[in-house]
Write a protein that binds this ligand. Structure first.
Ligand code: FAD
Length: 471
């Protein structure tokens, strides 16, 4: 049979090619470096890490990305195998020697008898005779291909600029301070008039907050970002704060149309609004709070907002060039472009964020494509696993309920907010009812225990989630 073509030998493309080859399917992997490079890559190795050398936490019991590591290892991931073999000390995190890691991935693929590597740019839509293609060209996809994809998917469906606001775990918002209300109690499509969470500020709190934004340490623009204009609709909050002390109060922090449910007689001087971010209602994004403040600075400053003192962030704000699809709208459940199903997408282009997540979606795309080529059908992993939760985010589980539909789709790391909630009371592993800080730990443990059971079931060919099987 004809080979499957994988475009892009980054984190996702390398893993996809490996999964295909290991399943017995011939692969042609097209990587444009060194013939043409990106603004961030510096070598011609496959799976080059463009920035940090960390794969983040390796704790598979308390951390969603650690769980994702574990699941990928169970599925024979080349990225995880190469990371494990090139580990450097980093506490509970999995960090790697970047050169050793990339060399290991490159060697494994170069030596695989079913993999052919072509060092060439695919400068436009792949030729029609390639009947199965995985596009894994990443956030810095070369212009001719990005333009061709944008044309195919419709203008506006391929974001080129990533302005993201922080996302908070709903359960960490203090609802004795915050209240639910839409501005002017407006009822939008599918809304209730109480779709937003609101955090009130006094004049003193607002002024201190604005001063903190102006003084806060920002991430500096990379040279290649310097010419990227701000879109007026997504100015970073610190840029707005610099324009004058009142700017935010007349912008995203305006108090109009809102009444503090806890103190109806006190008119808030400013209000921070949070909008539901996922269908499960476990995540809320801070409306209009896209920012280039350093991450530690964001956490420190945003926790001064009344109601967010103990906020835990599923994602912090940021602003950088990014090319990704509105994939919940454009892709089917096995990552194929609905408009042209011979094209499958993987990696950061699908709107996951991070090395591990990109590789994970590459792993799934490779398995789905292998299933198609071999005439079988590969079932998607259960939504209760880290792989399944991430796939759900990418293919539609993440739709905003605010009537904006997938327009609000934003890249995201894997996190427990993407998992279906745990039913029933919280239990520690010894069966006791946990209290205080132990509660959060017990909850994470229940997520990861459930995921392990469901992954094992899925690997054994039984696709019924444990919860249903137990009924
Ligand atoms: P990539 O790893 O970028 O792979 C895409 C590959 O496709 C590249 O090798 C590229 O050369 C090739 N390619 C592009 N166009 C073509 C074409 N037309 N034909 C052939 N080949 C092509 N994530 C983290 O977890 N930690 C970080 O520290 C981090 N820092 C980042 C810094 C920057 C500047 C950026 C842009 C992203 C960063 N990310 C980080 C996010 C993301 O995890 C990485 O970008 C990750 O590498 C994405 O994996 P990928 O496989 O989708 O894309």
């Amino acid at each position: 049979p004809a080979p499957v073509h994988v475009i892009g030998g980054g984190l996702a493309g390398s893993e996809a090619a490996w999964q295909l080859a290991q399943a017995g399917v011939r692969v042609v992997l097209h990587e444009m470096r060194p013939q043409r490079s990106t603004e961030a890559h510096q070598t011609d190795s496959l799976a080059e890490l463009v920035c940090s050398n960390s794969f983040r936490s390796d704790d598979a019991e308390q951390n969603a990305v650690g769980l994702l590591h574990q699941e990928m290892r169970a599925l024979g991931s080349l990225i995880m195998r190469s990371a494990d073999a090139n580990q450097v000390p980093a506490g509970g995190a999995l960090a790697v020697d970047r050169d050793g890691f990339a060399a290991a991935v490159s060697a494994a693929l170069e030596e695989h008898p079913l993999v052919e590597i072509r060092r060439e740019e695919v400068a436009g839509l792949p030729p029609a005779e390639w009947d199965s293609v995985i596009v894994a060209t990443g956030p810095l996809t070369s212009d001719p291909l990005a333009e061709a994809i944008a044309k195919l998917t419709g203008e506006g469906e391929l974001a080129f600029f990533d302005a993201i606001a922080p996302i908070v775990h709903a359960e960490t918002i203090d609802m004795s301070v915050a209240w639910r209300q839409s501005r002017y109690d407006k009822v939008g499509p599918g809304g209730t008039g109480a779709d937003y969470l609101n955090c009130p500020m006094t004049r003193e709190q607002y002024e201190a907050f604005v001063a903190g934004l102006v003084a806060g340490e920002k991430v500096s623009f990379k040279q290649w970002e310097a010419s990227t204009p701000y879109f007026d609709g997504c100015l970073p909050i610190e840029v707005m704060a610099e324009r004058g002390p009142e700017t935010l109060r007349h912008g995203p922090m305006k108090p109009m149309g809102l009444t503090n449910a806890h103190k109806p007689d006190e008119k808030p001087y400013a209000v921070v609004q949070l909008r539901q971010d996922n269908a499960l209602g476990t995540l809320f994004n801070m409306v209009g709070f896209q920012t280039k403040l350093r991450h530690a600075e964001q956490v420190r400053l945003f926790r001064t907002i009344p109601g967010l003192e103990r906020a835990e962030f599923a994602r912090l704000g940021g602003l950088h060039r990014n090319t990704y699809l509105n994939s919940p709208k454009l892709l089917d459940r096995s990552l194929r472009l609905k408009a042209e199903p011979r094209l499958r997408f993987a990696g950061q282009m699908t709107g996951c964020e991070g090395y591990v997540e990109s590789a994970a979606i590459g792993l799934l795309a490779g398995r789905f494509a292998a299933g198609d080529r071999l005439g079988g059908c590969v079932a998607a992993p259960p939504a209760t696993t880290a792989l399944g939760a991430l796939l759900g985010h990418v293919t539609g589980g993440h739709l905003s309920v605010e009537g904006e539909g997938p327009k609000s789709y934003q890249p995201m790391n894997v996190n427990f907010g993407l998992f279906p909630p745990i039913e029933g009371p919280l239990r520690a592993p010894d069966g006791s009812r946990p209290r205080g800080a132990a509660k959060a730990q017990a909850k994470k443990r229940m997520f990861t225990d459930r995921a392990r059971v469901d992954l094992a079931r899925w690997l054994s060919g039984d696709t019924t989630p444990a919860a249903e099987a137990a009924e």
